[in-house]
Write a new protein. Sequence first.
Lengths: 229, 405
Amino acid sequence: MTIISINNLFKTYKDSEIEVHAVNGIDLSIDEGEFTAIVGPSGSGKTTLLNMLGGLDQPSSGTIRIDQTELAQLKSSQLIDFRMKNIGFVFQSYNLIPVLTAKENVEFVMHLQGRPKKEREERTMQLLEAVGLKGRENSRPAKLSGGQQQRVAVARALASKPRFVLADEPTANLDSKSTENLLNIMEELNRQEKITFIFSTHDQRVVNKAHRVITLEDGKIINDNRKNS
Amino acid sequence: MITSVAWRNIWRNPVRSGIIITAISIGMFAGVFSATFTKGWMNQRLEAGVETETSHIQLHEPTYRENYEINQFIRQGVQLADQLSALPEVDGVSPRVTIQSMIASAETGTGVKIMGIIPEKEKQVTKLSQFVTEGDYFESISRNPIIIGKKLAEKLKIKLKSKVVITLQDADGNITGGAFRVCGIFDLTNSMFEEANVFVRYNDLARLGMLPEGVAHEIIVHLNDQKKLESVTQELRAKYPELEVMNWKELTPELGYLNEIGNLYTYIFVIIILLSLGFGIINTMLMVVMERVKELGMLMAIGMGRLRVFLMLMLETTLLTLTGGLIGIVLGLGASFALQEKGINLSNWAQGLEDFGYSAIIYPVVETQMVLVIILLVILTGIIASVYPARKALKYNPAEAIRTE
Ligand SMILES: Nc1ncnc2c1ncn2[C@@H]1O[C@H](COP(=O)(O)OP(=O)(O)O)[C@@H](O)[C@H]1O
Ligand SMILES: [Mg+2]
């Protein structure tokens, strides 16, 4: 079943006189349960694409449909709500609220949604266990390693049971061991809980883990490769 | 949750927050302390004025206060005084005869207002008897005793038991005089009052002035509750239309305004302090917002609406302000309570104060209402100071915010 369908998408930045076509005509559809990497050199438009997919930025033209909803049709307050319910985000850095513990960070979105305490706590503990951080729930981000922080971010992204998770270069600041660890956890969640992951990277080892690899260059898809695994 | 995040955010940079909190504390300490100090000062002046000088309400023959003419008296004054003392709101009434006269010692003389009082009745309306610091209150001298102010005693170069001569024009228009002996010397904070008023017994003065029996120039009324001042004034005015009825606020309007001027001064002072602190707070919070652009972008991305981000920053600013404010207010109140017993002695710095009726030792007074208003002003400052920095944060869209380096 298709979750995301992208149609003829463009994003053009105008810096003074020069126009930059960061996303330059993309058509793409993503199915439920995918584990997809978006790869390409720096400046190829990965972040721009993911931001538009996540409703953080508006396209210059073209449409993005998530399930039956066209993002451009949503008012900004609806969009915030839509994001909170449907999309989990993992960024390269600054993912966590530094003054909250791992557990509180994961709970935060459920708090904003006004979920009951019991549900929040159960789900938080379950998620932290899933990302291998049981026992560290009361540590603040500064007391966690980079890899552990990204795992908390993954748990946080999953807290509101989103339709899919967008991760923009989640391993860019991690060493190879942490990178592998994080990818294994994401893959596990994808396999067991059927969570759809879309992540960007320019790390070949990460690319190797993906089930589908979409290659961007100058804002265009130059390759879309599905592996059968 | 947002409150808890806001509170913890304050302590992310303890030095920076500590500095601004300290600044606010010092400012509010100064504000509160000056408020209780001013209040104490004003109250003392008012109390001195009312309790030792004017009392609450005075009744006169309508034209008496125009030129203090000896024949402008209330005919049945002493009897009227007795009637008035039966009113439930009244706890003391003193009839007086008062005559402008000359007082002379062996050395020198001066003009004074001489008041003939019935000592027991006067005791109920003014605290004069309590301020007799040398000698006593009409006890030790049986013939023509007089009580004078300390300042006047100095001026006339006389002591206790000295003889003074009073010269006045009696009711028939003849110049007459009598010898009095100093029985007591009173010491008030108001030197001008000390110098211009002397007290003798009612009968002694009435006889000397050839006044008819039972008259009074002034009837001084003391109430058991200051709050009833206006209502009793109105009541007496209606009841005795042939007399002039005035309360202390009307008799000494400058005292009546004193309280309001004191409050106004305090609020202006506090507002000026808060205004300057407000700029410091805005500056601190702008730095905070600049530093956290990426984090704010992340918060907006994961589902925190603009309104919530705005509220969170507003709460952070307000909590920061309130923390400093409360520390300062508590310290200010603490200092005020600590000095409530001993008072603050200003006599080393301000020797002239007593000449104007202000005491040199100030006992701070804490007024709940004023403290509440100050707390409210602090909260208001926090809220107002938070608007600008919080709005700055909303200018970013999440994608830009996350991209910023
Ligand atoms: N806010 C912006 N203003 C102008 N140009 C931008 C902006 N954001 C990105 N770009 C440009 O768009 C192109 C794609 O950038 P980006 O999506 O960040 O690529 P990637 O994530 O693949 O490195 C780059 O050339 C970049 O300089
Ligand atoms: Mg990028």
